[in-house]
Structures are given as C-alpha cells and as structure tokens.
Design a protein around this ligand. Structure first.
Ligand SMILES: [Zn+2]
Length: 210
C-alpha cells in the first residue's frame, strides 16, 4: 500500500511522519509552497527531514496559484488565501496535495491537523472527507482518502509524542516568518512555546533575541 503525507516541517506533520514510519508505513512527503513568508525555511527543513528519513519529498511550487486567488499586492499570500477560502490551512493546498498523492498511486494522504485546528474549523473532518472523495472520483483512484490521525490530539500531546519518537524537534519550524531563528512572538511561535510549556518538555528552539 502506498502512502503520502503533507509536510510543512512543523511540529505536527513532522511528528506524524515519524509516527507513521514507526508503524511500518513509508509515506512520501509532499511540501506545498503556497507563497508564505516562512517558505524558504520550511522547504529547506522538509528536504532535510526527508533526507534524514531516506524518503522521497515532492515539492510543489504553487505560489502562483495562490497569487491568482488573491488581489495584488500578494503579500503574505497564503494567509490572505486562508482567510478568503475560510478553511484554515487552505483547502487549496490540501486539494493540490491530494491530486498529487492520488495520481501517484497513494491510497491515503496523511495530514497533521490537530485538535486545535478542529476547534478553529469545526467542519474540518467533513472537508477532509469531501476533498478525498472528489479527488478519488476525479483521478480514478477510487481507494484514495485523506486522513488526519491527530485531529483529536492537542499540540502539547504531540510534543510528548515527538519526544518518545525521538523526532529531531530542532529541525521543525513553526514561525510565520523566515530567517535564521524563529521569532518567538508570532501566533505560530506562541502556539509552539505553549505546547512545550504545557507538555513540560524542554523547548530546543533558539528564538530570535530582541
Ligand atoms: Zn514566529
């Protein structure tokens, strides 16, 4: 059976990648460049993780697609698209990854959505089901589906899981921005810090000094 996973080099998708490998699955990674400001770091780290795991990584340069979905100036394109599409980390990225996974013969596309994502987007589970169904019909890969194994797991629990799976947390990126260090102050950095703090696991992240 073939599997794929949407990778962003964040805490959730990276931990899930390691978790699935421990279960004997060897999912191919799919990284989508949606034009987000943190893209350079996320792509580099996704590639680093795939090399470390010795698993393939497909990089989809979809930033022009997201530019087409927003009005100029296309600053922080992904975040604008997120608001516009009203489905969190964007059903556009999910659909692109699903098409790639299904046409490549995968039966499942794994995604790292968490309990916090479900709280933010109550219809997330239904959306994953529907995108999977549409792509299955459209590609003729009738077995295809989208799964989110962590949809009822909090970020703090994911950090604990990451530690037990020996995930290289220093290779994960949460910050909305690119640069040598994660800023420590944006929404995603705050979520990351809170997850480590709640789980009582030492945060190995070097945040930017003010
Ligand atoms: Zn940040």
């Amino acid at each position: 059976m073939r599997y794929s996973i949407m990778i962003s080099a964040g805490l959730d998708s990276t931990t899930l990648w390691y978790d699935l490998i421990k279960q004997g699955k060897k999912p191919r990674g799919i990284y989508i460049n949606a034009g987000q400001a943190s893209h350079d770091n996320q792509r580099y780290l996704s590639r680093t993780l795939s090399l470390r795991l010795d698993l393939a990584l497909d990089v989809v340069e979809a930033n022009r697609v997201f530019e087409g979905l927003t009005q100029p100036p296309h600053s922080r394109v992904a975040e604008v698209a997120e608001t516009m599409l009203g489905c969190g980390d964007s059903c556009a990225s999910l659909t692109i990854a699903s098409i790639l996974a299904a046409t490549g013969g995968s039966e499942v596309l794994f995604t790292g959505y968490t309990a916090e994502d479900k709280d933010r987007l109550p219809k997330l589970g239904r959306m994953l089901e529907l995108v999977g169904e549409v792509v299955a019909i459209n590609t003729g890969n009738t077995a295809f589906r989208v799964e989110a194994p962590y949809i009822n797991t909090t970020k703090a629990d994911i950090v604990q899981k990451a530690q037990s799976l020996e995930v290289p947390l220093e290779l994960t990126w949460s910050c909305l921005w690119s640069g040598e260090f994660q800023c420590g102050e944006c929404l995603r950095c705050k979520e990351r810090r809170a997850a480590f703090s709640i789980s009582r696991i030492k945060d190995p992240t070097q945040y930017r000094k003010r």
